[in-house]
Ligand binder design. Structure first.
Ligand code: ADP
Ligand code: MG
Length: 392
């Protein structure tokens, strides 16, 4: 099999025109990064084997949503024993959290996470209340450092991330390094805590504790095979009941809206773009990952309908995978941030304003890395659309 690794999944796609949930067998060939799709119900080839380099092997696991030629496919099951064994038995998800001392360095930390082959499937900036922090760290309530820890964890925003990968619980702990940042610097100098932490309490980031291999995904690909630490901690920030969880940090004043578009997220550019925004001096006062429905993308882009020729393509791009919404704060945020994003066409941006975000990270007019609010009077409305309406 090594010559021609072939992974098979069952995928669902919601066809908005027929208002139908369609089901496919999706086959991915690692050798030439090609995909093939077979319509299960109608017994016919839906997509002949085609090279599709945008899809990476790391993206392929049950529970994930992937974009194949602008269709958002939900991988609902493994299609054969080989795939289940090879992919399913090692995939885990865990909580990674960027602590208050390192939120300004979130770009570099996220870059490290992505470069290590993990996938980020959820993200949310929150400010923990004292009660929430005490609840999250309840296992430590009798420790001498508990008060310092709670004080630290409520001293500013944190970023909670759901991270998926092979043996994610243990491999994220390994990348994180020893608890004490000083010890991390001598024992594991490349680790996150060595690079970004300060001391024993201010140690840059958190990872769920190890779980026994018995808590691995079962072959049906369901993640909830146990009530282990990683699952409990993910539930704390991202409740599966759809319940509220800790609130986002959006201030909804003196701000503008930025969206890191799905193509840029799936190309692994999130960390680089965040880094750039922060090092240019803008404040990121809220951040959250969303996977938009088509109806929401249409509503969000309503003002461009009938005005911008690419409206339909813009909508398709915005809902073809997860995006990252940001509230950007700055004196004169809408205007300054717009200038920093650059002309909407990256080709033009590369000629006229080569240092702008779109010049450096955009591909074309639709896949231009980021959306930013056009009209200053819409800034607050756009931020509200994500952080008040969609996050509820
Ligand atoms: P980890 O975060 O590596 O799982 P623990 O669960 O033992 O470590 O502790 C939780 C957090 O409490 C640590 O990340 C650190 O911020 C803080 N902490 C742990 N031990 C100490 C200590 N001896 N002194 C001060 N703070 C500590
Ligand atoms: Mg711990």
């Amino acid at each position: 099999m090594s010559e021609e690794d072939r992974y098979v999944f069952i995928a669902e796609w919601y066809d908005p025109n027929a208002a139908l949930q369609r089901r496919y067998q999706l086959i991915y060939y690692t050798k030439d990064q090609s995909v093939e799709m077979y319509d299960v119900k109608n017994h016919r080839i839906f997509l002949r084997r085609t090279k599709y380099e945008e899809l990476r092997k790391e993206d392929l696991f049950v529970g994930n949503k992937i974009n194949v030629f602008s269709r958002l496919l939900h991988l609902i099951d493994y299609g054969d024993q080989y795939t289940a064994r090879k992919v399913g038995s090692k995939k885990e998800k865990t909580l990674a959290m960027i602590k208050p001392d390192a939120v300004m360095k979130m770009g570099s930390i996220i870059e490290s996470i992505l470069d290590s082959g993990f996938l980020i499937t959820k993200a949310k900036m929150v400010l923990l209340s004292r009660a929430e922090a005490m609840d999250f760290y309840r296992e430590h309530h009798s420790k001498s450092f508990f008060n310092d820890l709670i004080h630290f964890m409520t001293s500013g925003p944190i970023v909670a991330l759901e991270v998926v990968g092979d043996d994610a619980v243990a491999s994220w702990r390994k990348l994180l390094g020893p608890t004490n940042a000083g010890i991390a610097r001598s024992e594991s100098p490349e680790s996150i805590r060595a690079r970004f932490g300060t001391d024993g309490t201010k140690n840059a980031a958190h990872g769920s504790d190890s779980i026994a291999s018995a808590a691995r995904l079962d072959l049906n690909g369901m993640f909830d095979t146990s009530s282990r630490t990683n699952k409990l901690e993910l539930e704390f920030f991202f409740p599966s009941s759809g319940g509220p969880g800790p609130k986002n940090t959006a201030k909804l004043t003196d701000c503008t809206c930025c969206i890191i578009k799905p193509h840029a997220v799936s190309e692994g550019l999130t960390g680089k773009i965040l880094n750039d925004i922060l090092s240019t001096g803008f404040e990121i006062s809220a951040m959250q990952m969303f996977t938009m429905e088509k109806a929401n993308a249409e509503e969000f882009y309503e003002i461009y309908k009938g005005v911008v020729a690419e409206y339909n393509e813009m909508v398709a791009e915005l809902c073809c995978g997860p995006c990252v919404a940001l509230e950007i704060r700055d004196a004169d945020a809408p205007k300054r941030f717009r200038e920093y994003c650059g002309p909407s066409d990256p080709e033009i941006a590369r000629h006229l304003r080569p240092r702008t975000l779109r010049a450096r990270f955009g591909k074309n007019k639709i896949k231009n890395a980021v959306h930013c609010t056009d009209l200053p009077e819409d800034s607050v409305l756009e931020v509200q659309y994500f952080f008040k309406i969609l996050d509820s």
